[in-house]
Write a protein that binds this ligand. Structure first.
Ligand SMILES: Cc1cc2nc3c(=O)[nH]c(=O)nc-3n(C[C@H](O)[C@H](O)[C@H](O)COP(=O)(O)O)c2cc1C
Length: 190
């Protein structure tokens, strides 16, 4: 791959949302390659803090039931239950081919600050995103719903749940995005 092709892959990487999936399954082999590449993210002191739980088929249905019921329980106790949110948590997962719960497990020796473990997981997710893009597979990192509920991280055996990677074959042309110029975010000291 040329440097130009690498740049093109990085800039073409997009978040593609479940409502834009065709319903066609993503081959498990591509999901496995996404996970293998996630495993090659940078990791300070080689703590390798990323953990993933892959759902598909009946696993997606169980995930949908579990997360909508967890939301109902927690929101009802707080007195802010919304039926729309419940319905979204119960129905949106069904649009995806695979849903990967993204987790962080800390080094038991706590040899580095927690933020560095989270950073390493984010780098692993970027590797998944790029691999999906290379295959023309749509994916998106969602961090809404139950993501930051303590019970949710516990359910998966993670120290932190960082969200869900939805995957599906896009039924649209590959989307474009926009960024403000990098020059606005960089200062060179020469
Ligand atoms: C940590 C993280 C969490 C995200 N959570 C959500 C989310 O909950 N809902 C959502 O619509 N997009 C979410 N996104 C995706 C962003 O909306 C998306 O990256 C942004 O719109 C830029 O689009 P692009 O990824 O196609 O370049 C998340 C992205 C990151 C990095």
């Amino acid at each position: 791959m040329t440097p130009q092709e690498v740049s093109q892959l990085i800039r073409n990487r997009r978040s593609i949302y479940p409502k834009l999936y065709s319903g066609e399954p993503v081959p498990d082999e591509i999901v496995e390659e996404m996970l293998e590449n996630a495993n090659w993210a940078p990791t300070h002191r080689l703590t390798e803090p990323w953990r993933f739980v892959v759902h598909n088929g009946e696993g997606i249905k169980r995930l949908a039931t579990w997360q909508s019921e967890l939301y109902k329980e927690v929101a009802t106790a707080k007195g802010n239950f919304e039926q729309d949110k419940y319905d979204k948590l119960a129905n949106k997962p069904m649009m995806a081919s695979h849903i990967i719960a993204i987790g962080m497990v800390r080094d038991p020796k706590e040899s580095l600050p927690e933020i560095e473990e989270v950073e390493a997981v984010a780098a692993a997710v970027q590797n998944m995103y790029l691999t999906a893009t290379a295959h023309g597979v749509g994916c998106y990192w969602g961090s809404g719903g139950v993501t930051y509920m303590e019970e949710a991280a516990e359910h998966f055996g993670f120290d932190k749940l960082l969200g869900f990677m939805y995957c599906g074959m896009p039924r649209i042309d590959w989307p474009t995005s926009r960024r403000k110029p990098i020059a606005d975010k960089v200062k060179w000291e020469r």
